[in-house]
Design a protein around this ligand. Sequence first.
Ligand SMILES: Nc1ncnc2c1ncn2[C@@H]1O[C@H](COP(=O)(O)OP(=O)(O)OP(=O)(O)O)[C@@H](O)[C@H]1O
Ligand SMILES: [Mg+2]
Length: 448
Amino acid sequence: MGRAVTRPVIAALDAAWESELVAAVEATAGYTVTRRCADLADLLAAAAAGHGQIALVSADLRALDRPALHELASHGVEAAGVVGPDDEPGERRLRQLGVEVVLRADLASHEIDDALDALASRTRPHGGRGEAAPDGDPAGSKTAEGPQPATVIAVWGPTGAPGRTTVALNLAAELALRAPTLLVDLDTYGASVAQLLGLLDEAPGVAAAARAADQGGLDLAALARVAPEVTPGMRVLTGLPRAQRWTELRAPSVAHVLATARHLARFVVVDCGFAIEDDEELSYDTLAPRRNAATLTALAVADELVVVGTADPVGLQRLVRAVQDLTDLADLADLPDLADLPDLPGLPARSGRPPRVVVNRVRPGAVGPRPEQRITEALGRFAGLGDLDFLPDDRATLDAAVFAGTTLAEVAPQSALRRAIAALADAYAAPLPERRRRHRSRRGVVRS
Ligand SMILES: Nc1ncnc2c1ncn2[C@@H]1O[C@H](COP(=O)(O)OP(=O)(O)OP(=O)(O)O)[C@@H](O)[C@H]1O
Ligand SMILES: [Mg+2]
């Protein structure tokens, strides 16, 4: 009687127990080892060549990180971890990398069969795993999360510095007055949040978070460490200090950072770069880092999108195009990078909700008298855009905020610009009547 069809296994294992484990796998009913690889590069090559459906990887395999696991997954290879009998740290590390099945090196063949069968029958990740605790929180212990899930708001807009950062920063500051908020600077062309808040250039920020995500060390505590609280309730994950370092923000790492961020704050506001062309569209299988991966990932996983444009003829035209471009990206969830992620909890909750369109720097000089009415008419008529939010042009107030290295709420709570951004925040969280009254009375309107 012929042997039942076996599934091919490729392995990169610790020399100390490689031969015993390979022999044990060979003796299983369902699996056979097709390649024994010396290192990760070898393993990835074997995966790319289609030699395996399952990869056995040692916890101490050099350079094993999240992108590597993602690359395996992209070749249709599921990874199972292997640890020595008492290697708890190794097992923890593998689990933090998102490896769900971890075997002990001394398992008997029938146990290996069971474990690998469990891997094979595991349901595909997205769909139903949205409530997973963040990695590195194996006990599923307490998180900052209340009964309501976190809302990720991506603030984006076309080229021409329309005010993405100004809106993201001040929207985050307004939300932080209501609930714990994390501001993430993902603009890989010109990060500026750190500078606007007078934070040190050396702040570890998003690069450190992404590195930790790659290496399996990003849990809630690690994210909290690199995202300090800058004003009460507002944590900040600063951006890349240099644009050249964009390769550090790959889609899987960014997705993981944002997924973890959901457990650290009630609101996560993301300052995005302007560019959303997908340079890898023509060569998905190369898995090369994509120039705009950070922004594309943020747009894909965000629950809410805010698109910012400026209220002048060029800015308005770009705004209209930007909204169209965003619509063209509607199938963001289909980006292969993201679809293949082994551990992305809950893909877009946004479910095609239209973006909130914010027209910034509104002033009569640029478009004529009654600018809001004119812009509403023009964007409605030519682009079918309704429901616009307007922010007034106010150079002096913003200068004062930038000069003081702080937010509008701190420096000019009564300004029309601050109030308009606070009203924007009201769309995502309950308004703050108490606080506003306090501001007013502090100004002495009521008190004599
Ligand atoms: N409502 C406003 N009134 C006056 N000036 C504004 C307003 N909004 C933004 N600005 C100014 O416009 C400039 C660009 O704003 P901001 O940095 O927020 O834009 P951005 O879209 O993030 O640009 P970048 O492409 O550099 O990331 C800044 O000097 C900012 O202070
Ligand atoms: Mg900016």
